[in-house]
Structures are given as C-alpha cells and as structure tokens.
Design a protein around this ligand. Structure first.
Ligand code: GRF
Length: 193
C-alpha cells in the first residue's frame, strides 16, 4: 500500500503541486493523505480543495498538529513553503519523518528570504536543499541538494524561478528515497543504499 504524505503549506503551494503531479504521473509511489495550512487563505490550500484532497487549517505547530497528522495516518510530513517553526512535540512524534525544502544550499542562508540573502552576499552558485527537520532552523540532516548559477543580471524573482525549478525536481526524488527506506542517518549524514 502506498505511504501517506501530509503536506504543510502557507502560500502558493507550487511544491505541493509538483509532488501531486509526480504521484499522478507515476514517478512517486505515495498518496497525499491531507494538506494542512496555518492560513485559511493560502492559495495552495484552495488548489488542494479543487483537486479533491482532504484539507485542514490549524494554527497549532505542536500537539494538535501531530494529532491531526496521526488522524490522517500520515507516514511522512512534507513542509512545502510552511512558514512556521514546528514545536518540539510535533518534531519528536514525527522524528525523522518530516522533510523540508529550502531555497539555498544549506548551511548557507537559512531562514527567510534565502534567495535575497544569496544575491546580497554575491555568491555565484546557489540552489536548494531537502533536509530532515530537527529542532533547529533549516538545520537537519541533508537528503538532496541541487545547484544553480547566479547570473549577473539576476534579481530575486529570476533567481527564485531558477531555484524553484530544481526544488520541484528534487523534492519528489527525496520523498521517494525516504519512502523506499533505503537510507540511513549517520550523525548529520544521510547515506543512501
Ligand atoms: C519555496 O521556495 C520553498 O523552498 C520555501 O518556500 C517556497 C514555497 O513555494 N520553503 P511554494 O509555496 O511551494 O510555491
């Protein structure tokens, strides 16, 4: 039986849509059990409803959120533009079963506005990272990264768009690795086997 994903989002939801499309196109063996947002007005939540997925809205980042995920029998939680820090109780109950996608090559530029941080610093390469969520900010063990060039003419929108294309590709790949169980975590390193 397919493993069940719980998607958490706060905004437009393009990573959620990319995951849903990977599943629909048979590139990812999983099902989306529920899409949860902290914002009732999140555009991504409207897309989830239109497409017939179960949805929920909660401000909780801790016990109630973990209860909701369990009620929907979620195996793996995917943060997809979720703009809240999860509380320790939720992280503990879903230890090593929560992924996040971040628009930089971590550990560079954690936190908000990673693409603007990259431009301000003048790096020539940036990218995106899929990592397990721990109690730190964008700090858990790294599963996948993809690099993109930063071009001289880039503004935040241009760089963000180039990175987003890679986000959509590597998030589904990383989810497939976790669902396959063919990896182990050694300290900070994720070793695939
Ligand atoms: C993405 O850039 C993601 O890396 C970051 O927030 C953005 C969400 O975009 N965490 P979307 O809502 O998935 O379109």
């Amino acid at each position: 039986m397919s493993k069940r994903l719980g998607i958490l989002l706060s905004g437009r939801g393009s990573n959620f849509i990319a995951i849903a499309e990977s599943i629909a196109q048979g590139r990812l063996d999983a099902e989306i059990a529920v899409v949860i947002s902290n914002r009732a007005q999140a555009p991504g939540l409207a897309v989830a409803k239109e497409r017939g997925f179960a949805t929920a809205v909660t401000k909780s980042t801790g016990a109630e959120l973990a209860d909701l995920l369990e009620q929907h029998r979620v195996d793996l939680v995917c943060l997809a533009g979720y703009m809240r820090i999860l509380a320790p109780e939720c992280i503990a109950r879903y230890r090593h079963r929560i992924l996040n996608i971040h628009p930089s090559l971590l550990p560079a530029f954690p936190g908000l506005d990673a693409q603007a941080q990259a431009l301000a610093h003048g790096v020539k390469i940036s990218g995106c990272t899929v990592h397990f969520v721990d109690e730190g900010l964008d700090s858990g063990p790294i599963l996948r990264q993809a690099a993109v060039s930063v071009l001289d003419g880039d503004d935040e929108a241009a760089l963000s768009a180039r990175i987003l294309k890679e986000e959509h590709r590597i998030y589904s790949e990383a989810i497939a690795v976790v669902l396959s169980g063919r990896y182990r975590i050694e300290g900070r390193r994720v070793i695939e086997h």
